[in-house]
Structure formats: C-alpha cells, structure tokens
Design a protein around this ligand. Structure first.
Ligand code: DOR
Ligand code: ZN
Length: 344
C-alpha cells in the first residue's frame, strides 16, 4: 500500500459506533456515512431510546426510509443496538436479539447525551447481561464514571469493567471511544473477549486543540479529548496491528446552535471527514498499512461478521471540508485535507 502514491482502493470501512439520531436529522445525517462506510453500528440513545424490540423495529423502518433516499451505491448496511435500562429482563434481551440487534449499549446514568435513564451499576442489569452472554450479543460500554473528575472519568471506570469481565467470562465486551493511555493498556492486556473502538477525533486531536488557545465547542465530546501522550497511545494501538482495536467514529451530530452556546452539547460530527482525515494522518505516519485493517477487518472479526466485499477509492488532492453540513459543523470544518474520497 505504501508505494501507492496518489490513488488507492481499499475495502470499504465499517463504523462500529455512530449516532444518526431520529426524525428530520436522521434523513440528513445518513449522508455523512454515505459512499464511505459499508456497515454502521447505530447507537440507541435516540429520543425515545431504542430499548426494546418494538422500538428497534420502528427505528429500523425509519433508518431504512432514510437510506433508500440515497443513491443505491452509497447506501450502507445499518447494524442495530439496544439501550440497556435498569432492571431489563432477559426476555427483553432475547426479543431484541430476535429483532436483529447485534449489541446492547451500557450508558452509566448521566454519563453523556440522553443517558439520564441509564443504570448506576452493572448489578442493576445482571439479568440482561446474563441473557446477552447466552445469546452471544456484544456489550458496548460507555466507560466513564460520571462522579469522577472529568479527565479521570474513563480511568476511574476501568475497575468496574475488570469485575464485569471476571463475572462474565464469555461476554464479548467493547470499550467504546477510548481516550486515555491507561485504558489502551487495560484493553491490550485484557482477555480475548475485550476489545475497543477508537474515534478519528481522539486519534487526531488533544485537549489543547479544544481549549488550549480559544474554545472550540465542536471538539467537545465525551469522553473529552486528553493529552498528547493519550493520543499517541491510541495511534500506537492502531499502528501495532492489534485486532483488539477497531474504528468507531462516535460521529455525534448536534445542530450548530446547540454547540455554539452557553452549555455546548457533547459530540463531534465526524462521519463526513473521518476517512480522508485518517488517511491523511496515517499516510503522514507512513502507515496506511495499519489503518486499513483497523477500519475494515478487526471490527467485523470481533462481531463475527463477514469481511466486506465493497471498496472505496481515495485520491490525493485537496478537499476543503465544508464549514457547515445540514446545520452541523463537521470535524475539520473549513480545513483543506490532502485526501478525498473519489466519487464517480
Ligand atoms: O460526545 C458524545 N456524544 N459522547 C457520547 O457518548 C454520546 C454522543 C451523543 O450522542 O451526542
Ligand atoms: Zn457515542
């Protein structure tokens, strides 16, 4: 790959963590992934949440309506999750699995956007976790302790994950959107059934990009961006080729007015620019060879999905990321990237 200078074709990436929202937003936000990603795992923190089989079916219909409005070649396959709520019964998990869910998402109460209804501990959802383990569903975790100081929240949550893994040795667990060098180490040294997603923004930016000189609310997300050593540990995890790490954009659109205000919502709308921005980064690191399996193989293998048969072509050439897309400021807005997705 590294000898290919100006144009190359790669398997179409999967995105194992994205927020497409609901309603009018959804029909716009599907365009962010269109033509760039083959499969997208949809997070369930919609309003109302995707928390049972009926809601999942309704959400699938809504997502499908949005996708069929795209040109056929640009459509992606949506993968569904359900939100794990306190006291959830095993039978509800089984019904969501029958409805096609591949994973359940654990949001600690109050940890992030639309998570006020989440559990306070794994004990509150023990029956659901047992059912997920039995059904072979993946547990996706927003791993932050909202009681801890903001920069320590992810690390403070790790002991709970350790206990969970001991109690559920067959449950496949994904720690979502890693942001801290200590969690990278935790995942690297953890059991086979533990993996993690990494976003483009945590690979590209640090807390100084967000609040170092002036405040950029468009880089404010949960977990918040950390230090250069953390970003570098995340890059090293990708460069290592470890199959425990795979791409999940955590693309999380919020309308501009919800970001540029006195109480900015958390989330980076990264899907439109994540692929070219990561190609630019890993090209500059001389390692497109490690980016490609990170974005196209490791996640599918962990989830037990077939390798993708679709491809996408990248070409070197300036691409100015729009300043606003469908009312949302995307990641790298206004910046000129060195790579772009070749559109037919
Ligand atoms: O920054 C974030 N935004 N982190 C999350 O975990 C949720 C997301 C959202 O839904 O906006
Ligand atoms: Zn998310």
């Amino acid at each position: 790959m590294s000898q290919i200078q100006d144009r190359f074709t790669m398997p179409m990436p999967d995105d194992f963590h994205a927020h497409l929202r609901q309603g009018a937003g959804l029909s716009a936000y599907v365009r962010g992934h269109a033509g760039q990603f083959g499969r997208v795992l949809l997070m369930p923190n919609t309003l109302p949440p995707v928390s049972d089989a009926a809601r999942l079916e309704a959400y699938r219909e809504e997502v499908t309506r949005a996708l069929v409005a795209l040109p056929e070649a640009e459509r992606f396959e949506p993968l569904f999750t359900f939100k794990i709520l306190p006291g959830m019964r095993g039978a509800e998990v089984e019904a969501s699995a029958r409805a096609g869910a591949v994973a359940g998402k654990y949001y600690p109460a109050g940890a992030t956007t639309n998570a006020a209804d989440g559990p306070h501990s794994f004990d509150e959802v023990e029956e659901a976790l047992n059912a997920m383990e039995a059904q072979g569903l993946v547990l996706c975790i927003h791993g932050e302790d909202p009681e801890a100081p903001i920069l320590e929240r992810e690390c403070a949550f790790l002991p709970r994950v350790e206990r969970l893994l001991t109690r559920h040795p067959r449950l496949r667990v994904v720690l979502e959107h890693l942001s801290d060098a200590r969690s990278v180490h935790f995942v690297e040294t953890g059991p086979e059934n533990l993996a993690a997603t990494i976003t483009a923004h945590h690979l590209l930016f640090t807390i100084d990009d967000m609040i170092g000189n002036s405040m950029n609310p468009h880089l404010y997300c949960k977990p918040v961006l950390k230090f250069a050593r953390d970003r570098d540990a995340l890059r090293a995890a990708v460069l290592s080729g470890s199959r425990k790490f795979f791409f999940g954009s955590d693309s999380a659109p919020h309308p501009r007015e919800k970001k540029e205000c006195g109480a900015a919502a958390s989330g980076v709308y990264s899907s439109p620019s994540a692929l070219p921005a990561l190609v630019e980064l890993f090209d500059s690191l001389g390692s497109l060879d490690s980016l490609i399996p990170f974005m196209t193989e490791h996640g599918a293998a962990f989830y037990g999905l077939p390798r993708t048969s679709r491809t996408v072509t990248l070409e070197r050439g300036p691409w100015k990321v729009p300043k606003l897309i469908d009312g949302v400021v995307p990641m790298c807005a206004g910046r000129t990237l060195e790579w772009r997705v070749a559109r037919n």
